[in-house]
Structure formats: structure tokens, C-alpha cells
Design a protein around this ligand. Structure first.
Ligand code: SAM
Ligand code: SF4
Length: 326
């Protein structure tokens, strides 16, 4: 089945957040105090998440990315992923993680049917990593990357939120990784989230990142794969991994947007930065499959044409990316 929005964009990708809790506290994503505990009842059960996924796949969703907060901290996640992977018609199941628990869990995740991992890793320097994540241990994440490779995953993609004055001195080191380790690396523009941080002072445009890489390496443009998402991809000749630029802020990939999001509390969103969200609870408790189908189609049909972050008068609202799933 084909799911198309009012502008003719094919919507085939669901980002499904299963928790807003996290074992790290990245300063660009969460307030230092963490998130307010919403209580057990406010969070969707695995049964409810599976129902949403089944209905979405029935409508035309082909790829699901499980995200959070940190998805690997939720008890029972492996069993949930196994059931998710078994949904008929789902072509691609991916997971985004901070990598902290990957060393212990990689083998189970692979057996459960997760096909690809994205690992967020913003610094290769232990001290900088600790500052960004407010206490995270880089060695654990590196061990997690190695474990993922050992158990048979394709080399995880590494996501780097690139921040001026924080980790931008490492842009070339990350580019080098695509040669030395073979992972693909995607540089993500800093998006407005936690208001007290501001965002413009950190945000480095994708073009500037490319210019900096080009001071040392030749870059060839790479054709996009079908599920490659919104990144513009390049390769250093001879490198196994690619270099992706996710210009969420500066380059409007909204015209190619293929995704919707559902949060762990059952809020469906057609756009990360739009105020509009639809509470799915009334179609989940008790479960109403037809109602869910109707409302998910509506979320798709009312997807805005584009986000307004770069427009004059954009009102930067405070939010934690961990509550939506990035
Ligand atoms: N905990 C997992 C992780 O860190 O990969 C999954 C959830 S996290 C919210 C998903 C993605 O959102 C991560 O790659 C993270 O770097 C990104 N993210 C969070 N806040 C962001 C911001 N202000 N700008 C750009 N990316 C952000
Ligand atoms: Fe946690 Fe991921 Fe947010 Fe970092 S980016 S605080 S690891 S949810």
C-alpha cells in the first residue's frame, strides 16, 4: 500500500520512541535535571506500540526506527524488537542508540531481527564526550561499536551532532573514521531544542562541515540508497564508509520528508518542529484498529509543507529531543 501526504510525498518511515528515559544527559537534548517521570500509565505498553506499528505498516510504512530517550534502557526491549521485526510487510527495522549498553546487548539485538544500528557519538575524546553527555563513558560506546560488528551487524552509522566550540575541532577525525574503521559518519546540524542553550551559536551548517573536510580530503558525491533518509552523502575515495550531512536546519529537505513520529506517550507528529500533535490514546485504550488507521492517515495528510526554524520570527520553544526521539 502507498501512503502519500497532501503534497504527494511518499510516507514510508516511522520513528517510534519507546521511552523518554535515558542513561545519558546530552546537554543539547535533555535538561541537566533529566526528565520528569511521567509515571508508568502515561507510557505506551509494548502491546500498544506493536498495534501502532502494525497499523502503520498496513497503511504503507516500510521502515521503522526504534528510538527514545535511550531505547536500550527499557526493560523487555529485545522481546519487543523481535515481535516488531516479525510484522508482515515491514521491510526494514533499525535502532538508534547512544551505544552505552550495546556491548552487552548487541548479540540479542541482532538475533531479534534489528537490521541496522545508528550510534550517536559526538566526540572521540573522553573528556569532551563526558562534558557533552554530562558523565558518559566513551570507552563503553567504543566497546559497543566493536561488539555490534563482532555479532554480525553491518558497521553502525555514527551520528555526530556538530557543535561550534564543542566538538567541531574533531570534524576531520570523524571523517578519517570512514577510512580507518569503515563506519559511515553523519554530521547533524544542531537543532533548536533546549531553549536555555540557544542554538545558533552551536549550529554549524552542513556546507561549512563539507568545506572543512575538503581542506584535507577529496569528496565524491554518493547516490542515495532507498532508506538513506535525509542525508546528503559523500565518500572519500577508497573509504568503506560514507560521510553524510544532515542539514535539518540549513537545507530544506522537507520536500523529501518521508517520515512520521510517535512518542512513547502516544503523541503522533507529522513534523518534529510543528506544534501539531495527535494524542493516540483514545484509539489505544481500548484498542480501536480502524480508528487508529483513520487518525494515522490524518497525521500524514496534515503534515506541514516544511518546518519554520529558519524563518523570521521562529519561536524557539523549549523541548527535550529525548521526549520525541530525534
Ligand atoms: N538515545 C539515542 C541516541 O542518542 O542515539 C536515541 C534518541 S536521541 C534523541 C536521537 C538523535 O537525536 C541522536 O542522534 C541525537 O544526537 C539527536 N539529537 C538530540 N538533540 C538534538 C539537537 N538539539 N540537535 C540535533 N540532533 C539532536
Ligand atoms: Fe539520551 Fe540520546 Fe538524548 Fe543523549 S541524545 S540525552 S543519549 S536521548
Amino acid at each position: 500500500m502507498n501512503l502519500t501526504d497532501s503534497l504527494g510525498r511518499k510516507i514510508n518511515y516511522l520513528r517510534l520512541s519507546i521511552t523518554d528515559r535515558c542513561n545519558m544527559r546530552c546537554f543539547y537534548c535533555m535538561p541537566s535535571v533529566g526528565v520528569v517521570d511521567k509515571g508508568h500509565k502515561a507510557v505506551l505498553s509494548y502491546e500498544e506500540l506493536l498495534l501502532i506499528a502494525e497499523v502503520a505498516v498496513g497503511l504503507g510504512i516500510e521502515k521503522i526506527r526504534v528510538t527514545g530517550g535511550e531505547p536500550l534502557v527499557r526493560v523487555g526491549v529485545v522481546d519487543f524488537l523481535q515481535r516488531l521485526a516479525a510484522i508482515p510487510g515491514l521491510q526494514h527495522l533499525a535502532l538508534t542508540t547512544n551505544g552505552f549498553l550495546l556491548e552487552e546487548m548487541a548479540a540479542d539485538l541482532f538475533r531479534a531481527g534489528v537490521q541496522r544500528l545508528n550510534v550517536s557519538l559526538d566526540s572521540l575524546n573522553g573528556d569532551t564526550f563526558r562534558k557533552i553527555t554530562r558523565g558518559g563513558d566513551l570507552r563503553k560506546v567504543l566497546a559497543g561499536l566493536e561488539a555490534a560488528e563482532r555479532v554480525g551487524f553491518p558497521l553502525p552509522k555514527i551520528n555526530v551532532v556538530t557543535m561550534r566550540g564543542v566538538n567541531d575541532a574533531e570534524i576531520l577525525d570523524f571523517a578519517e573514521l570512514t577510512l580507518s574503521r569503515g563506519n559511515s559518519v553523519r554530521f547533524i546540524e544542531y537543532m533548536p531544542a533546549i531553549k536555555e542553550n540557544g542554538w545558533q551559536r552551536y549550529c554549524i551548517s552542513g556546507n561549512e562541515i563539507l568545506e572543512r573536510i575538503a581542506t584535507k580530503f577529496t569528496l565524491e558525491e554518493v547516490d542515495k540508497g532507498i532508506f538513506s533518509g535525509p542525508s546528503r552523502d559523500y565518500r572519500i575515495p577508497g573509504a568503506q564508509g560514507t560521510i553524510g550531512i544532515i542539514t535539518a536546519v540549513s537545507g530544506h529537505f522537507c520536500s523529501e520528508c518521508n517520515r512520521i513520529r510517535v512518542t512513547s506517550t502516544g503523541q503522533a507528529k507529522g513534523c518534529l518542529f510543528a506544534d501539531a500533535k495527535t494524542d493516540l490514546m483514545q484509539w489505544l485504550r481500548p484498542p480501536d484498529r480502524e480508528g487508529l488507521e483513520r487518525v494515522l492517515k490524518e497525521v500524514v495528510m496534515t503534515k506541514p509543507e516544511r518546518h519554520g526554524i529558519t524563518q523570521d520570527g521562529y519561536n524557539h520553544k523549549n523541548f527535550n529531543m529525548s521526549q520525541i526521539g530525534g
